[in-house]
Design a protein. Structure first.
Length: 358
């Protein structure tokens, strides 16, 4: 991942120079206008002997073609000079209008509008995920996040890939994801998690290290190509390290040896015909579930969700918890259900009104 071409302040997302300075195209026209005003003022003073204010006034009304009365009758030389000013002003107006129309129909203008919308989206954004790297893995991660209705901000150094995201109104920042300023601009302090999936393990290592220094409690998942990098990434601060080749090998073997299991897991893990999700639901201290057993909670009857696992507050994982398992604050229940069912159950587990039963 290449370094960002622009610097960024902690509160302002870094944007490409053309996006940050959209009106630089009109700088030349503005300079020519100022030169015309200066030349007109000087010319009227020299030819007609006007005062500075009268000469400036004559220049402005001539260039603007408003048709106000002259300060005093002009000499033949003054009239010829006025004709030259009118021609110069008209040419300048035509040039500026052409530049404006050309810019308004350009990709650059659309990028500018998209960047401004992105700035508004990033302001106050929280509980979102940062995807650092928009390569093959990053594209799939981003798409899965969107399909699972998660808010996401993408960081990458490729402007062409990010322009596609901005056109879909997905927040995207061009820059180096290992840069503290870029991560702050992406709202890392309010983020729910971070995925480091840059093109190399070295880049991911630096991203993880920087993110962990900025946010010690942030959940971080890193992609690794080399098995030897797994240990280093975890030492740098990654909570989980995923090796795509290992996962691909497991999927291939499962599809070959246990095809029905592979099909079921694929349907559960992806939005397919059954529309099922596996979700981890934390049990909060204010929930009415605290102190009840799974049997007493009757989650299957009330929400149609199936509890397939339970992570205890001490980190131990109970697979297939029984009906006698007591629910405690700090537990994380691994639940299977539709998106609506899981949302209602999550509200109850957090101590809120779950709404109508699914």
């Amino acid at each position: 991942m290449a370094s960002s071409r622009t610097s960024a302040s902690p509160g302002q997302p870094p944007l490409p120079p053309a996006v940050r300075h959209p009106f630089r195209h009109f700088l030349g026209a503005l300079i020519v206008l100022l030169l015309l005003v200066a030349a007109g003022t000087f010319g009227y003073r020299r030819i007609e002997g006007m005062s500075l204010l009268d000469a400036l006034y004559m220049t402005v009304i001539t260039l603007s073609t408003v048709g106000f009365e002259e300060v005093h009758p002009l000499s033949p030389q003054g009239r010829l000079f006025t004709i030259g000013l009118i021609v110069g002003g008209g040419a300048l107006a035509a040039y500026a209008a052409g530049r404006a129309l050309n810019y308004l129909f350009s990709v650059e203008w659309r990028d500018f509008l998209a960047a401004r919308r992105q700035t508004r989206m990033l302001k106050g954004m929280k509980d979102h995920y940062l995807v650092c790297g928009f390569g093959r893995v990053g594209r799939h991660v981003t798409q899965e996040m969107i399909e699972q209705r998660q808010r996401v901000v993408v960081i990458d150094s490729d402007p062409e890939a990010l322009s596609h995201l901005r056109s879909r109104e997905i927040p995207a920042i061009e820059g180096d994801a290992s840069d503290e300023a870029v991560l702050r601009a992406a709202g890392i302090s309010q983020a729910k998690g971070l995925v480091a999936c840059a093109s190399s393990d070295a880049e991911n290592l630096l991203i993880v290290l920087t993110a962990r220094l900025l946010c010690p409690g942030l959940p971080i998942v890193a992609r690794a190509l080399d098995e030897a990098s797994e240990f280093k990434l975890k030492k740098a601060g990654a909570d989980r390290v995923v090796l795509p080749y290992q996962l691909a090998a497991y999927r291939i073997i499962t599809s070959l040896v246990r095809p029905a299991v592979a099909d079921f897991l694929w349907e559960v893990a992806h939005v397919g015909g059954v529309e099922l999700f596996l979700e981890q639901i934390p049990v909060r201290s204010g929930s009415c579930l605290v102190g009840q057993t799974l049997g007493q909670a009757q989650l299957r009857n009330r929400f149609h969700v199936t509890i397939v696992g339970c992570r205890m507050p001490d980190g131990t994982l109970a697979v297939r918890p029984t009906a006698e398992t007591v629910l405690e604050a700090g537990q994380e229940l691994i639940a299977l259900g539709t998106h609506a069912e899981l949302q209602a159950f999550a509200r109850l587990a957090s101590g809120q009104d779950p709404g109508p039963a699914a």
